[in-house]
Design a protein around this ligand. Structure first.
Ligand code: GLU
Length: 479
């Protein structure tokens, strides 16, 4: 039998990292077992669902490299089918009309609160006679459809992550509401637990992998599966992503949507790699830097932890920096070039741009770091205090003069990093000048401070962009 997994996001917000990680686990397991990965957009909350969020989720999945196998299904287009099944449950006696008003429910809750009890419906309309139903309808009362939950029943399933999970019928909050309020004998809009079961069955889903916040829903859904005589899928519940304080990662933790990670300069491969290890501990993995294909080969649901997974910026940053370091230079330049375009900076040549990208990538954590780090190669940086202090030293200016004279006298046409080294060595020998001073002075001339990337390689770039001489000269006119 074909193995089929799915992601069933509600498009009520931007693509969240929690949903993305659920997608990733589903995708990885689908690859591992040669199954299919499908998408169902659960857009039945008409007030909160937006097509722009659906677009954002699908784009985010594509960006992360999580391709789906069939055209996504929209839950809102299947409402009449959901209603058909609700009708079937009504007719079989597994469900019934409940006319409890909002006020009555409020009163019931208040009473329960006073007694310190959790909210639970008292199933007061489970056994209404036809006459009582007619009477409520003629009073103009609206009704929801409730699914009967046997208080004494015990529900259990073999969760592929958590082992056997048991749930008592009495702990499910009373008979389950399947549809929103409607007038007369109408059936209102179907709700999540019913729609999910009908759609997972329709899509022939064999494995449901979702967040642990759905565990109690699974217990309810199993009862609906049984009442409709549907085949049960395997269920697995993944751990939540936690912030540094051990609480569920939320908007308050600053960044939670995939778009934001993208805009901050994380690479999709790095983010996907990081997310895979967020709650998954493989028995054997030679490295933590693995492509999705490599991960899918060793991935198993049973290696997902039960405990929540702490989100770590440090680890994500480290993984991202590894991907930047190992990226093909042409690909990196293409990305960085877009930032340069945005800043209005024009590299003198493509080779120069590639050399600069290679020079900077070892010290980059985020793609966006390329902006700050390449800035001194495009714009003349101001001389900072430490640079100025260094230039105040007589030897510094002297060493810059020597370098300048050398460049002018020798008319060095092509200066590469080897030639740059030679120049420093020669001047140092000829004038008995410490190499350190020569190099530090040059660094101040180029970068305005005493830190920065490899000096000889930088000189090659400044020489090619014809700005080395002018940078040295400007230091010589400063008092
Ligand atoms: N729409 C639900 C959610 O986003 C789906 C849960 C499920 O996978 O069944 O939480």
């Amino acid at each position: 039998m074909e193995k089929r997994l799915r992601l069933a996001p509600s498009p009520t917000g931007l693509f969240h990292i929690g949903t993305a990680r659920t997608a990733l686990f589903n995708w990885l397991y689908a690859q591992k077992i040669s199954g299919k990965f499908l998408i169902r957009i659960e857009d039945t909350d008409f007030l909160r669902s937006k097509s722009e969020y659906t677009k954002n989720i699908l784009e985010g999945l594509k960006w992360l490299g999580l391709k789906w196998d069939e055209e996504p299904i929209k839950q809102s287009e299947r409402t009449s089918i959901h209603k058909k099944y609700i009708k079937e449950l009504l007719e079989s006696g597994a469900a019934y009309r409940c006319f409890t008003t909002e006020d009555e429910i409020y009163e019931l809750r208040e009473e329960q609160k006073k007694k310190g009890l959790p909210p639970k419906h008292d199933n007061r309309h489970r056994n209404l006679s036809t006459k009582e139903i007619e009477a409520f309808i003629s009073q103009g009362r609206t009704s929801v459809i409730r699914f009967k939950i046997d208080e004494k029943i015990q529900i259990s399933w073999a969760d592929q992550i958590r082992g056997e999970i048991k749930w008592q019928g009495k702990d499910l909050g009373g008979d389950l509401v399947l549809s929103r309020r409607a007038t007369g004998y109408e059936i209102g809009d179907p709700l999540y637990n019913l729609a999910v079961v009908v759609d997972d069955n329709y899509m022939n889903i064999t494995h449901v992998v979702r967040g642990e916040d759905h565990i109690s829903n699974t217990a309810k859904q199993i009862l609906i599966y049984e009442a409709l005589d549907f085949k049960l899928p395997n269920f697995s519940h993944t751990p939540l992503i936690l912030n540094s304080e051990g609480k569920k990662l939320s908007k308050r933790d600053c960044v939670t949507s995939i778009d934001e990670f993208r805009n901050m300069g994380y690479l999709p491969e790095a983010l996907a790699n990081y997310m895979a290890f967020l709650g998954w501990s493989p028995k054997s993995a030679e490295s933590e830097i693995l492509s999705l294909d490599e991960i899918s080969e060793i991935f198993d649901l049973s290696d997902i932890n039960k405990a929540g997974a702490k989100f770590s910026w440090e680890k994500l940053n480290w993984i991202n920096s590894q991907y930047i370091k190992n990226m093909e230079s042409i690909k990196l330049v293409k990305i960085i070039w877009r930032y340069w375009d945005d800043m209005g900076w024009e590299p003198p040549s493509q080779e120069w741009a590639i050399k600069l990208a290679i020079l900077l990538r070892d010290s980059m954590t985020l793609l966006k770091d390329a902006i700050d780090q390449s800035k001194p190669f495009f714009l003349l940086p101001p001389i900072q205090k430490e640079g100025q202090d260094f230039l105040n030293n007589k030897d510094s200016k002297e060493s810059l003069k020597l370098i300048l004279n050398y460049l002018i006298e020798q008319k060095t046409v092509k200066l590469d990093k080897e030639k740059a080294k030679e120049i420093i060595n020669e001047i140092s020998k000829m004038h008995n000048f410490k190499k350190g001073i020569l190099m530090k002075s040059l660094r101040v001339a180029f970068f305005g401070c005493l830190s920065g990337p490899d000096l000889m390689q930088s000189w090659e770039l400044f020489s090619e962009s014809k700005s080395d001489i002018s940078r040295i000269q400007r230091c010589l006119v400063i008092d």
